[in-house]
Design a protein. Structure first.
Length: 512
């Protein structure tokens, strides 16, 4: 009797039991053997499809019925990446972010050298699944070899297909990946598949994201996606299976081609998903690239351990952040000239129960940034590139921002002095109140940033001050509740004079 396969054995392409699939047009006379995976053990299954360098704002113009069907059937969240000095908008950091579920300041990959990678601390999706659910049948296919050799995607897979697109060209290898994945889905019983197509990035580099050739390549990869979705639906046990399908990219492209820099076009990413518990036709503004891994875990019934340090949240869950409720109130630019007129991304109207105190605020300046404003990454990061606004990665959707630097770009008098005030929260009978939020703060000169607490509407007391940079990090402030206090409100006061900025998001209050 043949001994059972090891769960972590990576089977070679010459397995004696394998069926074969044709390569692509560039190597049609060759044949490639399909590995035999261990039999799957879960009715909850995942297909994750990576399309390198695919600009989401070009999909509408492409012949891409399957991507568009998924947008109708599922949730489609677009967002922007980081830029330097956190990481370049290149594939190494991008796919590391997708696979690990953490941002580059954790996984350590800043460019395509992969120097500083910390996959031992933040393993890729399949490597973590091998630890958590070794009985799952998993498969990976890539034709950008560093995703294998650097350990980004393939570690932990029961079987993998690794091809060399840089050496041989991506067109034929993408076709091979599509055919092999289709055969495995159709003829075997995999649980989780992570497959990658690279030619979209090559066309973007060579002919530009604004070209017809780029749209044509989106159409090619959409055809592959359609074949994989059809193979899922044709499975004999499809009616009793629960499949989540996710399509994601690692970065965008300039219209003329190229990426790695800080432009909005290079920073464009998306997460598109269909499956149980994923809302149909949703266009959330709170999605980030780090959300792929938690989305997979939620579908598989895996509880995320806070010790893992994941930065993402499941796509099945929506943010309860009060700032995101301002989306319908967002308006276009007023004084800013570098933001396209069609980008609706700021308001001075606070959420219900919140307020902004500007009675000490100077006059004039840029209208958009006169006191605390509420804005999106798409809007605010366009004001001026390469001043770290691109590093606001842990904010989601709409956030609060006080920006004395941008305010001072138009004639003004006085200083920037604005205070954001939370609603009053009940602390009756509590001994301690805790304030949690995410912040991006950049220090310069004599500017100040203070958090103050006011109990029962009394005189606000400073409970934290910032005097140095905090680059997109979660914050927690615990304050003792005075005897007899029944309510608390917090204030975020920022002052400056043509200095930098302070971002607040994800504000949460808890009591003990």
């Amino acid at each position: 009797m043949t001994p059972p396969l090891s769960r972590r054995t990576v089977l070679t392409a010459t397995a004696a039991t394998a069926t074969t699939v044709a390569l692509g047009a560039s190597a049609a006379s060759q044949a490639h053997a399909v590995p035999t995976l261990p039999k799957g053990t879960s009715k909850d299954k995942v297909l994750l499809v990576g399309m390198d360098g695919l600009r989401h704002d070009r999909i509408d113009a492409a012949d891409a019925p399957h991507l568009k069907a998924m947008m109708s059937e599922g949730t489609y969240g677009t967002s922007l990446l980081y830029a330097g000095p956190m990481a370049a908008t290149s594939s190494g950091p991008g796919w590391s972010t997708v696979s690990t579920g953490v941002w580059p300041d954790k996984h350590g990959v800043k460019d395509n050298s992969f120097a500083g990678k910390k996959y031992d601390r933040y393993p890729g999706l399949l490597a973590r699944l091998a630890q958590l659910r070794p009985a799952l049948s998993t498969y990976a296919a890539v034709d950008w070899k560093p995703l294998d050799t650097q350990g980004t995607v393939t570690p932990g897979a029961d079987a993998k297909l690794v091809l060399d697109g840089d050496r041989d060209g991506y067109t034929g290898h993408d076709a091979t990946i599509a055919a092999e994945t289709e055969a495995i889905i159709r003829d075997q019983n995999p649980d989780v598949l992570f497959v990658y197509f690279g030619q979209s990035d090559i066309v973007g580099h060579n002919q530009g994201a604004g070209s017809q050739a780029y749209l044509d390549q989106i159409a090619v990869q959409d055809t592959y996606l359609g074949r994989l979705r059809a193979a899922i639906k044709a499975r004999p046990d499809h009616a009793s299976e629960r499949w989540t399908v996710i399509v994601v990219t690692d970065h965008g492209h300039l219209d003329a081609g190229g990426h790695g820099g800080s432009s909005v076009e290079e920073r464009r990413t998306f997460v598109l998903a269909t499956g149980p518990g994923i809302a149909e036709g949703a266009r959330p503004i709170d999605t980030r690239l780090v959300d792929v891994v938690p989305t997979v875990f939620k579908h598989l019934g895996i509880t995320v351990d806070p010790a893992w340090g994941l930065d993402g949240t499941p796509l099945q869950e929506r943010s309860a952040d009060p700032f995101d409720a301002l989306r319908p109130a967002l308006t276009a630019r007023v004084d800013e000239t570098g933001i396209p007129a069609g980008v609706l991304g700021f308001t001075h109207t606070p959420p219900s129960g919140w307020s902004v105190i500007n009675n000490a605020m100077g006059t004039g300046g840029m209208t958009e940034w006169r006191g605390w404003a509420f804005a999106t990454d798409e809007f605010w990061s366009r004001t001026q590139r390469d001043q770290w606004r691109e590093l606001n990665v842990r904010a989601r959707g709409v956030f609060a921002v006080a920006d004395s630097d941008e305010w001072a770009d138009k004639t003004f008098s006085g200083t920037y002095d604005s205070t954001l005030v939370t609603p009053a929260y009940d602390v009756t009978g509590k001994t301690e109140v805790r304030l949690d939020f995410t912040t991006l703060y950049r220090q310069e000169g004599s500017q100040s940033a203070q958090i103050l607490a006011s109990f029962n509407g009394g005189t606000p007391t400073v409970v934290r001050s910032y005097t140095s940079d905090v680059v997109s990090q979660p914050q927690s402030v615990s304050v003792d509740v005075p005897s007899g206090a029944s309510t608390v409100s917090f204030r975020f006061r920022y002052t400056g004079s043509n200095n930098w900025y302070w971002v607040i998001d994800g504000v949460r209050i808890s009591q003990s």
